[in-house]
Design a protein around this ligand. Structure first.
Ligand code: BES
Ligand code: MN
Ligand code: ZN
Length: 496
């Protein structure tokens, strides 16, 4: 979708020419194109356009004088007068693409302004905004919606008048955003079309494409290994469980990061059945698994060399079939810890505990990050604007917080002292799988903490951000693809 253009605005005669302008105190904004500056001045004089952040001006000029472009449409977008930052450019990218999609334009040329701002960073974030903002999931639409926007933009060309090389920035922005869109695709699929088997097929295909190693632990292997958590959660389902493992190895001396993503392809709650209102959203309970696989995809595509990566996705449904796990059952997690299952709807922690314990034992990582739509409680605490971060390591938190901020996917750390773990004491087993009602996001993390030991570990509870995430121009309704770009950024900016 994105490419560099050698053709400048003067000779461009395509569908849509786009400029960005800064707002200034007392003068109309300008973009160094005489004809367009005339349009802006008239709009400014009428009070219609001043270059405020996100404001836009779409015009249909007559064939311009030679040397000033003969584009069919011209769009000017305001950047405001405040300090520029990554998120602003991402949002501007989303705004531009949504305006373009409302027209019949098929391609556009974006002229990058020469501002006191890093050109590569601007390019990268605009690229992200374009790709993320253009995303629609239309696989199951068979009828044309007369009210639907055009959605015809196929190509966005970037033009920089300075000779700074923006090719790499464009590529990285596109890779991160496309990988997030891939995670959105997985989440949008109905649960019957995105089963544990689809996770393993996707993992195998990723490995084949990018030279990674994929191992899939099937039901029989999981039994042999004693993965009592994922097996118990799977009992009520007709779809066999799968544990998908992807390895991306750069060099033996590089540290190893283990990623674990909750791949619960449908969460009915099991015997502790959820209410029916909104249950359809529980097809999204695999967003953590999607995030880690798609982050692997992005890292492999970008060929980052700083870290070895292992990703594990424990994948199963949670259904109340005749052999389903029952409240009160005692299970044995991988490694031997016994758990009294008081509520079968607290299933995410059971499958994650196996994956974390197994991944740590088998791959001896230097650090671990898990991503999961784990608790409704995190939504009570943080709403839909921030991902919950719980961790046993301050350094790892700092890096993740920074990666989240850079990516426009902010995190908020919640406490995780030993006090919370007391609630998980069971009368008859080592642990029970729920605490008291209050502080549910923390007790869930406290449960996971029992399976990671001393290794630096961070848990991202994305229940509030995996869908219904903060409304933004580049986040359409539905799944957001959260955490893919945060993890991508984390790996990219890793320095020992
Ligand atoms: N997948 C849910 C958490 C969830 C809820 C994600 C709403 C997104 C939106 C998880 O498996 C779950 O059911 N958690 C329970 C835990 C409780 C039984 C301790 C919850 O949060 O209600
Ligand atoms: Mn549940
Ligand atoms: Zn769940």
């Amino acid at each position: 979708m994105l490419q560099l253009s050698k053709v400048g605005p003067e000779t461009y005669s395509g569908d849509l020419l786009v400029y960005m302008v800064r707002q200034s105190e007392k003068r109309p904004p300008c973009c160094a194109n005489g004809v367009i500056d005339g349009v802006i001045r008239r709009a400014y004089a009428l009070g219609d356009f001043s270059g405020k952040n996100g404001e836009h001006l779409l015009s249909y000029p007559e064939k311009c004088k030679l040397g000033t472009s003969s584009a069919k449409r011209i769009l000017v977008v305001g950047l405001g007068k405040d300090e520029l930052n990554r998120e602003l450019f991402r949002k501007i990218g989303g705004t531009m693409v949504s305006i373009a999609m409302k027209s019949k334009a098929r391609e556009m040329l974006l002229v990058l302004p020469d501002l006191a701002y890093d050109m590569s960073e601007m390019t990268e974030c605009l690229a992200e905004g374009f790709v993320l903002g253009a995303y629609r999931f239309k696989k199951y639409k068979t009828k044309k919606d007369p009210d639907a926007v055009g959605e015809m933009v196929r190509k966005v060309a970037f033009y920089a008048s300075t000779n700074i090389n923006i090719a790499k920035a464009l590529k990285l922005g596109e890779i991160g955003a496309q990988s997030a869109c891939q995670a959105r695709d997985m989440a949008n699929e109905p649960a019957s079309h995105w089963t544990p088997g689809h996770f393993s097929a996707y993992g195998r295909q990723l490995a084949a494409t990018h030279g990674m190693k994929c191992t899939v632990l099937d039901q029989a292997r999981l039994k042999k290994l004693g993965m009592g958590g994922i097996l118990a959660v799977n009992q009520g389902s007709a779809q066999p469980p799968e544990m998908v493992i992807l390895e991306y190895t750069v060099k033996p001396e590089a540290p190893t990061l283990l990623l674990v993503g909750k791949g619960l392809t449908f969460d009915s709650g099991g015997i502790s059945l959820k209410p029916s209102a909104g249950m359809e959203e529980m097809k999204y309970d695999m967003c953590g698994g999607a995030a880690v696989l798609c982050a692997m995809q992005a890292v492999a595509q970008a060929k980052f060399k700083g870290l070895n990566l292992v990703a594990i996705v424990p994948a199963t449904e949670n259904l109340p079939g005749p052999s389903a796990l029952k409240p009160g059952d005692v299970i044995t997690q991988y490694g031997g810890t016994t758990v009294e299952v008081v509520n079968t709807d607290a299933e995410g922690r059971l499958i994650l505990a196996d994956a974390l314990a197994y991944g740590i034992k088998e791959y001896k990582p230097d650090m671990v990050i898990d991503v999961a739509t784990l608790t409704g409680a995190v939504i009570i605490g943080l709403g839909h604007h921030r991902t919950g971060l719980l961790s046993n390591n301050d350094k790892l938190c700092d890096r993740l917080l920074a990666a989240g901020t850079r990516s426009g996917e902010p995190l908020w750390r919640l406490p995780l002292d030993q006090e919370y773990t007391k609630q998980l004491k069971s009368e008859i087993a080592d642990l029970k799988n729920i605490g008291k009602k209050d502080g549910g996001a923390i007790t869930a993390a406290a449960f996971l903490k029992e399976f990671v030991g001393e290794i630096p570990w961070a848990h991202l509870d994305i229940a509030g951000t995996a869908w219904d995430f903060t409304e933004k121009s580049y986040i359409p309704k539905g799944p957001s693809g959260i955490a893919v770009r945060t993890l991508f950024d984390f790996v990219r900016n890793w320095k020992g």
